[in-house]
Design a protein around this ligand. Structure first.
Ligand code: GLU
Length: 338
């Protein structure tokens, strides 16, 4: 039964985002894992040959820089991390370019910050450039622009970034490759009888409670950020698979519909692109405080009239996203699109 669902789903995966975690690209000491990178590039080139549109969200910049500068542990200070990212990003791209070139493909580097998603115009511009690259058969390789971001404009982890990119370009499938097999019913490092959860129909609080944090020396995300990413993507109509990067021909197996890792089904009542942008990316430009009558009207899907407004904060104009509050609580659930 589950297998049938996999097979059915695999047919419609034209546009695929592949997230490669730092632990899949570098060793614990930050040196590049050449064997692993080579086999991933080969598999991705093969997916391209099969006619899939592929975008890569690649981590590994900070760890590759760390390896080059011989840090034994991930640095703590921002300038150190940024210096590592500046060095490592170049090294990674150089390697990707060289390896993909052997299979006849070119890559296009896109480094993003949260601001590129928060501003509607920049959001749409990022979308256009990615679509343009795909239309020219180029493989976009995306990372956070770690060398310049500070915490206020940081996604923080590439699991989240890969989910947002998947919604941005309306991907069919997001594959998160990491050093873990998928989501387990309990911590597999502690419990020998932990079982892999192969199929998740809905990410509810039980599923969320199974996620723990990362233990890798080089990566940022743990299962928690992966589940959160799966939630964002499935909510926007993108299926998600979390699995291990070093399984033989893992990408081909997934696209052939074979059971691999944990599969998260996309929601059928998905958010449209604009609502998804409002839910996960847009920055609120202001706050409108309303009275009880207006609150009740909004709860009943009616429009907000000027007479129901008590106070307004912030500067905003037509088309901007604002929060509406009643009694210090934001009305509506942006994440559910209501
Ligand atoms: N952007 C970071 C890097 O390239 C990785 C963030 C993450 O591990 O999720 O090093």
């Amino acid at each position: 039964m589950v297998r049938k669902v996999f097979l059915k789903m695999s047919k419609k995966y034209k546009r695929v985002v592949i997230k490669l975690g730092s632990s899949s690209l570098t060793y614990d000491n930050g040196k590049l894992n050449l064997i692993q990178i080579e086999q991933l590039v080969r598999q991705i080139a093969d997916l391209k040959n099969q006619g899939h549109d592929v975008l890569i969200v690649s981590s590994g910049a900070i760890s590759a820089g760390m390896g080059y500068l011989n840090y034994s542990k991930r640095p703590k200070t921002l300038p150190e991390k940024q210096a590592c990212a500046a060095i490592g990003q170049g090294k990674l791209l150089h390697l990707y370019e060289k390896l993909f070139c052997e299979y006849g493909y070119a890559v296009g580097q896109i480094l993003l910050t949260k601001e590129d998603f928060a501003d509607r115009e920049r959001f749409l511009n990022s979308r256009s450039v990615l679509n343009e690259l795909l239309s020219k058969n180029i493989i976009p390789i995306i990372n956070e622009n770690d060398a310049v971001v500070v915490s206020e404009i940081k996604f923080g982890d590439n699991d989240t970034l890969s989910a947002l990119v998947s919604t941005l370009i309306e991907a069919d499938l997001l594959i998160i490759l990491s050093d873990i097999d998928g989501l387990f019913d309990k911590n597999p490092q502690v419990y020998q009888d932990a079982k892999l959860i192969e199929y998740v129909k809905k990410i509810d609080s039980t599923i969320e409670s199974l996620a723990g944090d990362s233990i890798s020396n080089v990566g940022t995300g743990g299962m928690r950020t992966k589940i959160n990413a799966a939630k964002i993507a499935t909510r926007s109509g993108v299926s998600v698979i979390i699995t291990k990067s070093d399984k033989r021909n893992v990408l081909n197996s997934i696209l052939k519909g074979e059971k691999t890792g944990t599969f998260f089904v996309e929601e059928s009542h998905q958010l449209k692109l604009r609502k998804s942008w409002i839910a996960y990316n847009a920055r609120s430009k202001g706050q409108i405080i309303v009275d009880r009558g207006a609150y009740q009207a909004i709860e009943n899907n009616k429009s907000l009239l000027p007479s129901g407004i008590v106070e307004i904060y912030g500067e905003f104009s037509k088309g901007d996203v604002v929060d509406i509050l009643f009694k210090n609580h934001v009305i509506g659930d942006r994440k559910s699109g209501s």
